[in-house]
Design a protein around this ligand. Structure first.
Ligand code: BGC
Length: 343
């Protein structure tokens, strides 16, 4: 998950380079309205493990969304693993019970008056061999698009793939996502579709993020910087697990944060599109709740003048805001986002 900037090349297909708002063209004719993400909660580690519940925690229920809505959140992002829920060859039929389960969860969130970002998360093979997996991934999105036909456009948004990494980078991003986008556009010509860049969608990916020439495709990035603070002791990022003990913010961290805010400003000025922060957070194993809250407050206050939406990681099963054991919001976490602490 450590990010390094790789210069992206225009993708091969997707209506060819010429039709795209290529990141290096510079300038833009108009400004596209930002997605109204606002204050947003990730339903992390719930529908994204190999099987629901296999990373612990508890299944999502309607009361979770009622609680999140009552706390003042505008949007929920629902990460979903699909690749192991399909037949293994064309037409890659998604298991009906899984599609039903996802639809139930989306319905619950919409019923709580929350905007919903529904994504594909951990589609593991796509990061290893993107172009070979593109049709499979597109077939899944065709089925998602069909299932959610007729859903309100202003509140349900599709994010094609979480955190491209490995072989999935800006040189093949658009070609790889073309089948998915075409499948969605066949039945949802104007629904908001979200695309994040290479290297785990870190903030530096914005500089070279290629997007199709489509006003309803919105850019996103993730912000876990400094990674050595937010992921200290995080076993899943091995082999180079950041050691515990790193504090935040150092003087250098503050300078870096200010630079990162400028990257968002530069992106908006250059492209006319406003990205949103789809994930940000700090792992709770070695970082106290007070220090996690301070991280969220510092990041939020720094980026707030840009007007971007921010989705925190995550509700309850990892990097928690809500404590299942006590049945309470963790102290200071809502306030760190500018929300009231009272119930
Ligand atoms: C991953 C999660 C992980 C989180 C923080 C997300 O993008 O999908 O599994 O817990 O990042 O590292």
């Amino acid at each position: 998950m450590i990010r390094s900037l790789t210069m992206g090349l225009c993708a091969l297909s997707f209506a060819a380079c010429g039709a795209m708002a290529h990141p290096n063209e510079g300038g833009h004719g108009s400004t596209v309205a930002a997605l109204p993400v606002g204050t947003c909660m990730n339903m992390g580690n719930m529908l994204e493990p190999a099987q629901e519940g296999s990373w612990g925690g508890a299944p999502i229920v309607a009361a979770d969304f009622a609680r999140i809505g009552a706390a003042g959140f505008d949007t929920v992002r629902i990460p979903v693993r699909w690749h192991n829920k399909t037949s293994q060859e064309a037409p890659w039929t998604v298991d009906e019970a899984w599609m039903d389960r996802v639809q139930t969860v989306v319905d619950q969130a919409l019923a709580a008056d929350l905007n919903v970002i529904l994504n594909s998360h951990h589609f593991d093979p796509i990061h290893e061999d993107p172009l070979a997996v593109a049709q499979w991934h597109g077939a899944v999105w065709k089925q998602i698009a069909e299932r959610f036909a007729g859903y309100p456009e202003d509140t349900l948004w599709f994010e094609l793939e979480n955190e491209p990494h490995g072989q999935f980078d800006h040189s093949n991003l658009l070609a790889t996502l073309t089948p998915a986008l075409e499948a969605v556009r066949a039945t949802h010509p104007t629904r908001a579709v979200i695309v994040g860049g290479e290297n785990w969608s870190g903030i530096d990916s914005l500089a070279t993020l290629p997007l199709p020439d489509d006003p309803n495709v919105h850019p996103t990035f993730h912000y876990y910087d400094p990674f050595v603070f937010t992921h200290q002791g995080a076993g899943w990022v091995g082999p180079d697990i950041p050691p515990p003990g790193r504090t935040f913010p150092t003087k250098e961290d503050r300078a870096q944060l200010a630079e990162d805010v400028e990257k968002v400003r530069a992106y908006v000025a250059r492209t006319g599109k406003t990205p949103f922060m789809g994930e940000t957070g700090a792992y709770d194993r070695h970082i106290s709740t007070a220090d996690r809250a301070a991280y969220h407050r510092t990041v939020r206050e720094a980026f707030a003048p840009t007007g971007i939406g921010m989705c925190v990681w995550a509700y309850a099963n990892t990097f928690p805001f809500w404590d299942r054991d006590s049945g309470e919001w963790l102290p200071g976490m809502r306030a760190s986002l500018g929300l009231a602490e009272e119930d």
